[in-house]
Design a protein around this ligand. Structure first.
Ligand code: ADP
Length: 286
């Protein structure tokens, strides 16, 4: 089942800036998809189309098979939750609890259902202890989690996040990653992550779409996409650090590294063990 489909999607801002050009993209239900590209590539513009915040200049966007249009907007907004880059654009109520309750109250849900959803969303995002705090007293990472909890309380099937790691320290990045993976695994939420953080991509996604100057340039698993090293460099992108290290070991040091290049610590560890075994078996044969 397709969660999102864009068909020849193009978008031009009122000042004439062409931000998306003929984008054809399919995201299946339950997938974790990273939209990767340099600044200005059109990532935010693309994900804003997924919940009807922007409407195509030409082409179509479909969510769970239904076209994004003014008539369908309530359905679309309920199915697709959008988490903005800056939580200060999204989090504004006097307390964390009230903030997360804002969406469900607007849906017109009964009070006990609102309470139940808020408690649940706060628990999933590990924020119960700060539910009575004013959001502006929280760390940036906690505020991001409040913004995600606000979206979760609407029970969306698809969650699109704009630069979820921006301005976070390493510990907060790990926490967001852990929680996003939990949303995908335990709630089967489809995740769409717009980011320019190449190191985050192989950790958070099973599919990567590379956007450059409004065009979809590459699409595939992280291993497939990051094997296009030269193409990526021409777009001012680089390999994840671990991939870069293994590229050097392969190309400059002639080590028998297998494709695709390892991109995460887990993949690197497996490849190092394979290399050691390979070397031992060669030595045993001599
Ligand atoms: P990204 O999220 O990849 O950094 P954006 O989607 O924000 O890229 O921007 C894509 C292009 O559209 C850029 O050239 C940007 O300057 C332009 N753009 C973004 N928002 C607006 C706007 N409101 N008005 C005009 N141009 C815009």
């Amino acid at each position: 089942m397709k969660a999102i489909e864009t068909i020849n999607l193009s978008f031009t801002y009122p000042d004439g800036t062409k931000a998306l050009e003929n984008v054809n993209l399919t995201i299946e239900k339950g997938e974790k998809v990273a939209i990767l590209g340099p600044n200005g590539a059109g990532k935010s513009t693309l994900i804003y189309h997924f919940n009807g915040l922007l409407m195509p200049t030409s082409g179509k966007v479909k969510v769970l098979g239904r076209e994004v249009s003014k008539e369908n907007i309530d359905f679309i907004r309920q199915k697709v939750g959008l988490v903005f880059q800056n939580p200060d654009d999204q989090v504004f109520a006097p307390t964390v609890f009230q903030d997360v309750a804002f969406g469900p109250i607007n849906l017109g849900l009964p009070e006990d259902e609102v309470k139940r959803r808020v408690k649940w969303a706060l628990e999933v995002m590990e924020l119960n202890e700060v539910e009575d705090k004013p959001p502006h007293r929280l760390s940036h990472g906690q505020k991001k989690r409040v913004a995600i909890a606000g979206v979760l309380a609407m029970h969306p099937e698809i969650i699109a996040l704009d630069e979820p790691t921006a301005n976070l320290d390493p510990k907060a990045v790990s926490k967001i990653l852990e929680l996003l993976l939990k949303l995908n695994k335990e709630l089967n939420a489809t995740l769409i992550i717009a980011t320019h953080d190449v190191d985050f991509v192989p950790l958070c996604s099973d599919k990567v779409c590379i956007l450059n100057r409004g065009e979809l340039i590459l699409e595939g698993s992280p291993g497939e996409v990051f094997s296009n090293t030269e193409k990526l460099r021409r777009m001012d992108l680089r390999l994840p650090r671990i991939g870069h290290l293994f590229e050097i070991l392969k190309v400059r040091d002639n080590l028998p590294i297998e494709n695709p290049l390892p991109l995460t610590i887990g993949e690197a560890r497996r490849e190092i063990h394979r290399l050691i075994k390979h070397k031992t078996s060669i030595n045993n044969d001599l």
